[in-house]
Design a protein around this ligand. Structure first.
Ligand SMILES: NC(=O)C1=CN([C@@H]2O[C@H](COP(=O)(O)OP(=O)(O)OC[C@H]3O[C@@H](n4cnc5c(N)ncnc54)[C@H](OP(=O)(O)O)[C@@H]3O)[C@@H](O)[C@H]2O)C=CC1
Ligand SMILES: O=C1O[C@H](COP(=O)(O)O)[C@@H](O)[C@H](O)[C@H]1O
Length: 494
């Protein structure tokens, strides 16, 4: 049971309602939070406590049938109308924090969650210090949403601003992919299986393919997305974080102190390609109008809040190399985009098969990690086909969590907030990781901005432009991808 006050900046926003309140409720239901906690929600609109409680009740409506339980939880929520640029508001906030600390006996422990546009992060941090809301009593932790800067330079400025109030151990940069069940499972797959641990290197692995595909378009986030694009929205953070877990050396223990340096080592050893290599190895695309299942979809440039002449990429694909003994020269392919064939987040690890003694071609062993919408892994191995002749054929060992386990698996934000309460930074991005990833991404962005490589159009409902497939052919491989029918066939997935 944790004693704490959460202060959420951006309490009326989308993220707070869709993710934060349900996650806090699940922590409450599981007993991590009980009597000694309170939540202060802040935003400009002038809500009352009763109205705020109603918003929270709506947000958790699907998670309980007990009105009493829901109302008891919501009673811990307090609202403070607040413009983050107005210094006076922080004084009221400090008084509320002190009152709630006494009322709920929270031991001065505080978590600040910045669920707002990033341009406000520095201002908030500096006021938290100047108005003594951060007072050195109890634990004080800052959870900060992405994007962490929009380039290396802006990320450095932001980090500098935050570091005037919080030290690195107090800053938890959220990457919600790190809270996903199957991303965390990569640690178990790699380090709890002798079968994989000893072949997880350049001697045995041919290439790794990371696909984070989305069927949705930009929805109502055109304003944000048009300034960002797929590379900054998904690759700089989620994909490079996952790559660092796939490529890291074995840590001495499964603790933040041992895991983080290994992940940092990977990101700091990413090869920084020159312009010609970027033009050859990194593909950008933008979706064009089309029809899927009798439904028409507009081109990206016709989406609301998107510049009609926009050259922002809605698809990015490419190949990374890492200069480490473990993975030197092994291609790490990635692709991600909007309005693709289906929602499918998957990693394929393709093993070498250069020891073939049979008089026929044999398939590569492939370990597939299914992250979403289904969770599990499969392993393609070779066996003998039944019959008198000797033919080798691939068979698939397939494991998926059952529907009950999926229902119980924590929401990424729930898991990550739980980690923050325990002061565990393993599943958060360290400043050195952010710095290393921006160094590489900036290079790609500047080549793309200089129009050194084309922006390829692709059809909605496809898996991106043909050039992304051509890229893998240049490396004598292909994207491994079959529609994920496992759950659909069992009627478990809509
Ligand atoms: N939504 C999502 O799924 C995801 C969001 N994020 C990140 O989370 C953060 C929040 O996103 P999201 O919730 O979607 O954004 P919203 O636009 O929905 O919410 C923004 C919030 O900020 C408040 N706000 C804006 N200006 C001020 C101000 N001057 N003073 C005080 N409050 C202000 C708004 O309330 P009011 O207008 O009342 O002031 C609102 O509560 C962003 O950094 C985003 O990148 C990251 C991943 C996913
Ligand atoms: O961070 C982001 O992630 C979502 C995809 O997240 P998922 O958990 O649904 O896979 C993406 O849609 C969004 O553009 C991006 O900002």
């Amino acid at each position: 049971m944790t004693q704490v006050i959460f202060t959420i900046f951006g309490a009326s926003g989308d993220l707070a309602k869709r993710k934060l309140y349900p996650s806090l409720f699940r922590l409450y239901k599981s007993g991590v939070l009980s009597e000694h906690f309170a939540v202060i929600g802040t935003a400009r609109r002038s809500w009352t406590k009763a109205y705020f409680e109603g918003v929270v009740l709506d947000a958790i409506a699907d998670l309980t049938t007990s009105k009493t339980e829901a109302e008891k939880f919501a009673s811990h929520f307090y609202y403070q109308s607040h413009d983050v640029e107005d210094a006076g508001h922080y004084i009221t906030l400090k008084n509320l924090q002190d009152d709630l600390c006494a009322k709920y006996e929270t031991g001065h422990n505080k978590v600040f969650f910045l669920a707002m546009a990033p341009e406000f992060f520095g201002t908030i941090a500096s006021h938290l210090k100047s108005e003594h809301i951060v007072d050195g009593l109890g634990f004080e932790r800052l959870i900060i949403e992405k994007p962490f800067g929009t380039s290396l330079e802006t990320a450095k400025e932001l980090n500098q601003a935050l570091s005037e109030t919080f030290n690195e151990n107090q800053i938890f940069r959220i990457d919600h992919y790190l809270g996903k069940e199957m991303i965390q499972n990569i640690f178990a797959v790699r380090f709890a299986n002798v079968l994989f641990e000893h072949v997880w290197n350049r001697e045995f692995i041919d290439n790794i393919q990371i696909t984070f595909s989305e069927s949705i378009g930009v929805e109502d986030r055109g304003g944000y997305y048009d300034k960002s694009g797929a590379l900054k929205d998904m690759v700089q953070n989620h994909i490079l974080q996952v790559l660092s877990i796939l490529a890291m050396d074995k840590p001495a223990s499964f603790s933040s102190a041992d895991v983080l340096p290994e992940k940092i080592k990977v990101l700091e050893n990413l090869c920084i390609p020159d312009e010609a290599t970027i033009a050859k190895n990194f593909i950008r695309g933008q979706y064009q109008a089309g029809r899927i299942n009798q439904q028409d979809y507009p081109s990206y440039v016709d989406e609301p809040s998107v510049d009609p002449t926009s050259k922002t990429e809605t698809f990015a694909s490419g190949v990374f190399f890492i200069e480490t003994d473990r993975f030197k020269d092994v291609p790490f392919f990635f692709r991600t985009g909007k309005r693709l064939t289906e929602k499918g987040t998957r990693i394929n690890i393709l093993f070498k098969n250069d020891q073939n003694i049979f008089n026929q071609d044999i398939e590569q062993n492939i370990l597939t990690i299914y992250i979403q919408p289904t969770e599990g892994f499969s392993l393609q191995v070779n066996g003998k086909e039944v019959g008198k002749s000797f033919e080798v054929e691939p068979v698939k060992l397939d494991f998926r969590h059952d529907a009950d386990a999926l229902g119980n698996s924590p929401e990424a934000y729930e898991k990550l907030m739980y980690d923050v309460l325990n002061g565990d930074a393993t599943n958060f991005s360290h400043w050195q990781e952010v710095k290393a990833s921006w160094t590489l991404i900036d290079k790609i962005v500047s080549t793309w901005q200089a129009d050194k490589s084309p922006l390829y159009p692709y059809q909605v409902g496809s898996m991106g432009p043909k050039e992304s497939f051509d890229l893998l052919e240049q490396y004598d491989t292909n994207w491994v991808w079959q529609p994920d029918l496992w759950y659909r066939e069992r009627g478990l997935l809509k």
